[in-house]
Design a protein around this ligand. Structure first.
Ligand code: GRF
Length: 202
């Protein structure tokens, strides 16, 4: 089944790029219907433009409430034909109202082995804690911060002299691989997001 993707971004967009590349070379059966950023002028939007993918800015600052912002996002995604939503460095937490519009179909990529180190400083926190193994996680989004059911994970060794930058430089390419691979498994049906969510609810 081809995945009709809407991608939400806030920044650099290297994960978006990995998806665009995989779609472009035919190795992922998906279409990026739209890229939406809550911030103007970010690199991710340049990547969408270069790939010929529709993009727009929906700024949270233009809305009186989080619910109104989320409703505008969901409307824009639906209007562009997105059926799956990928959070690729999107820095806002989505409400349950948004998630109800795309049940079991909102995915996030996180640079740690959840449930360890949720939140925005996962790589630094893993380093500060002194773990010797960290990695990345693709998960379904629920109402919490990086708390939803895990779809896939991959480990990355922490080296004794790692800095936040050096560790990040090894995690990021693994994120890109894991994300594309997970989308591929969803598109082929090898991975069933609904079944993963049900297992978590038991
Ligand atoms: C990635 O590390 C992702 O795991 C996290 O935000 C970062 C986004 O990077 N959620 P990019 O914008 O895809 O380059």
């Amino acid at each position: 089944m081809r995945l009709e993707l809407g991608v939400l971004v806030s920044g650099n967009g290297t994960n978006l790029q990995a998806v665009l590349d995989a779609v472009g070379d035919g190795s992922l059966d998906a279409r990026v219907r739209v890229v939406i950023s809550n911030r103007a002028g970010v690199r991710a939007l340049e990547r969408a433009e270069r790939a010929g993918v529709p993009w727009l800015v929906v700024s949270h600052k233009d809305f009186a409430s989080r619910e109104a912002f989320d409703a505008a996002l969901a409307d824009a995604l639906a209007t562009h034909g997105a059926e799956w939503v990928l959070l690729a460095g999107f820095m806002r937490v989505l409400s349950r109202g948004f998630l109800a519009r795309f049940p079991h179909r909102v995915l996030n990529i996180h640079p740690a082995l959840l449930p360890a180190f949720p939140g925005t400083h996962a790589i630094r926190q893993a380093l500060d804690y002194g773990v010797t193994l960290t990695g990345c996680t693709v998960h379904l989004v629920d109402g919490g911060v990086d708390t939803g059911p895990v779809l896939a994970q991959r480990a990355v060794q922490v080296l004794p002299n790692d800095s936040e930058e050096s560790l990040a430089a090894r995690i990021h390419p693994i994120e890109h691989e894991l994300l594309v691979e997970t989308l591929r498994r969803l598109s082929t049906g090898e991975l069933d997001a609904l079944a993963v969510e049900r297992r978590r609810q038991r």
